[in-house]
Structure formats: structure tokens, C-alpha cells
Write a protein that binds this ligand. Sequence first.
Ligand code: FES
Length: 191
Amino acid sequence: MSMRDAVRIAVEAGDDEQKVRIHDDEGEVEVGDATFRFSVTSSGSDKTEYEDRYQAETESDDGDSLKDDDPRRIAAVDEVPTDGTLRCEAIDGRRGTEFILWREETTVFAWRNSCPHKPEVPLDPGGGAIVTDEHVVCHEHGARFKRGDGVCTSGPCQGKVLDEIEVDVRDGTVYLMDDRFEAGYQLTGSY
Ligand code: FES
């Protein structure tokens, strides 16, 4: 039970009856000379259902509890291209942050979909970023970012680093594991 749900309590003492709705997990109701004290122990003070589920899942060491309907599930690993990128969105509350996935065999890299030279320019404008064997290349002015550490090795923002997004591959599935976000999914279409 989430304590966002009100609980209705009816207390009878002799001829007196008192009905209350409570939104807290403990308190008291006075009826005549009697005082009824209550305390509700439940799974979750003021947490949402999602927060309860997220906590249960992240408390697992081996991640076995990650499920197909996990809000952090992004894609099957073989959906992530090796010759381009997959555009995705990570959610923090109501804010969405675009990021891209790029794969080398079973290793998946993820960065914010934003060029450090001009943050408003997406590396992947839809349909995939330009990639070479070792680099993601910004389509705007040609900055090249090394696979692995995301450092710009040439171009107008040389030395700057792409903002890495933490993901993990488990059982052939890519999950968003970055603490800054609570959910993620693939985007479709272009700008
Ligand atoms: S906007 Fe990416 S290199 Fe200039």
C-alpha cells in the first residue's frame, strides 16, 4: 500500500463513533473518553509504486530482478548499431535528456546526444550519427570523438569529452544504470 492512498478508519466506543481518513502512517483518533492510536507499517511511507519497485530492483546485487518491463530497459543489444547510433531518451522526473548508443561487438557506449562544441547540436540528428571504426564524428563541423573515453581528438572542441551515460548489458539487453535518471527508452524519427 502506498500512503498516498488514504486509509479510512472507523472507531466505535459505546455510543460514539468517529470516522477519519488518514494520509499519514501513524496518529490517533479520540472517541469519547477513548483514544485509538494507530500505526501503519507498509512498504512505503510516501514512495510511489515505481520508487518501491526501483528500490527493490537496485538492492539486488546481481541484477537478476531486471525485467523486460523495467523502465530502464532500453534495447536488445543487437538493436544497437555498430555502423551508426541509436537515439534514446533518459528521464529524470519530467525532464528528458537525449543520448545515443553505439556498439562494438557486445560492448555498448552511451553519451549525451550533444556536441561539446555547440551543445545544441545533436551528434545524431535522427537516423544515426556518423561513425568511423574508432570515432563518432559531428556532422556540423567534423569534431571526432574517440570510442571508449569520448574525448575529442580533432576539431573545434579538441580535448573536450562527451558526457557519458552509464548503461549496462545484461542477458543481451541494454539497461540505463545512470543514477541521474530513472527511466529510458528508444526514440524514433528525426528532429
Ligand atoms: S557543433 Fe559539433 S563540431 Fe561544431
